[in-house]
Design a protein around this ligand. Structure first.
Ligand code: ADP
Ligand code: MG
Length: 240
């Protein structure tokens, strides 16, 4: 579903992605961790072309992102993105936040979009909040709406960039539970997170990034029991 082959990217002198090779199969959940500034956000932002790559090859669901003829709108419709900041539209109700893109971009009929929104809200445990505005919700609830909103486009891939980092501790679990449910449903997911409990239980693979390089890539049990590099060992120790 996602193939990075020898991908490089620079921000001026900064080699932010250094020979990244990463393959994600359909239905796989890959967790990306690593120190702040190591390139994790840049890595996942390249997957929906929020950041272009400079060298190498990146293929997402058969679309070659280095090919100028690739339709970015089609790509973005297939790749859902959930950020640390939920970025819901403040002036729209929860339900309208979810129906907006399907109606405008997928040209879905209003009634169908509304039915879909209600079933997605049920899935994230928030059907009773469909009429509320984002400011009336807790952070955890807003993030669950943001996930429902991304799912409304019926993506094939879901990307998460530190989705629980802005949340109060007591709200982290409810968001991770929704993500775990999504993983069980067979969604292909790339998740940047420091929630190692989630990585252990849900991820098929964990990758550790440092200075733009994927230093380690392993099954979670292997990564946590026996990290190969000192940087990874240090990183894991800090999280304890
Ligand atoms: P992480 O998500 O692991 O914290 P990022 O991918 O956000 O790392 O950033 C990696 C490095 O690239 C950092 O040094 C950051 O300052 C730099 N960087 C990120 N975005 C830009 C940008 N648009 N322009 C210049 N430098 C950037
Ligand atoms: Mg980041």
């Amino acid at each position: 579903m996602i193939r990075f082959n020898g991908v490089h990217k620079w921000f001026k002198d900064l080699h932010v992605l250094n020979n990244v090779n990463l393959h994600v199969a359909p239905g796989e959940v890959v967790v990306v961790c690593g120190p702040s500034g190591s390139g994790k956000s840049t890595l996942i932002r390249t997957i929906n072309q929020l950041e272009p790559i400079d060298q190498g090859q990146l293929v997402v669901d058969g679309m070659d992102l280095s090919d100028r003829k690739t339709d970015i709108n089609k790509l973005r419709a297939e790749v859902g993105f959930v950020f640390q900041q939920f970025n819901l539209y403040p002036h729209l109700s929860v339900r309208s936040n979810i129906t907006l893109a399907p109606i405008k971009i997928r040209k879905m009929a209003k009634k169908e979009a509304e039915e879909q929104a209600m079933s997605l809200l049920e899935r994230v445990g928030l059907a009773h909040k469909h009429d509320a505005y984002p400011s009336q919700l807790s952070g955890g609830q807003q993030q669950r709406v943001a996930i429902a909103r991304a799912l409304a486009m019926r993506p094939k891939i879901m990307l998460f960039d530190e989705p629980t980092s802005a949340l109060d501790p007591e709200m982290i679990g409810e968001v991770l539970a929704v993500m775990q449910d999504l993983a069980r449903s067979g969604m292909t997911m790339v998740v940047v997170t420091h929630e190692m409990g989630f990585a252990r239980e849900v991820a098929h693979r964990v990758t550790f990034m440092d200075h733009g390089v994927i230093l380690e890539e392993a099954a979670p049990e292997e990564f946590f029991k026996n990290p190969q590099h000192d940087r990874a060992k240090q990183f894991l120790k800090q999280l304890l």
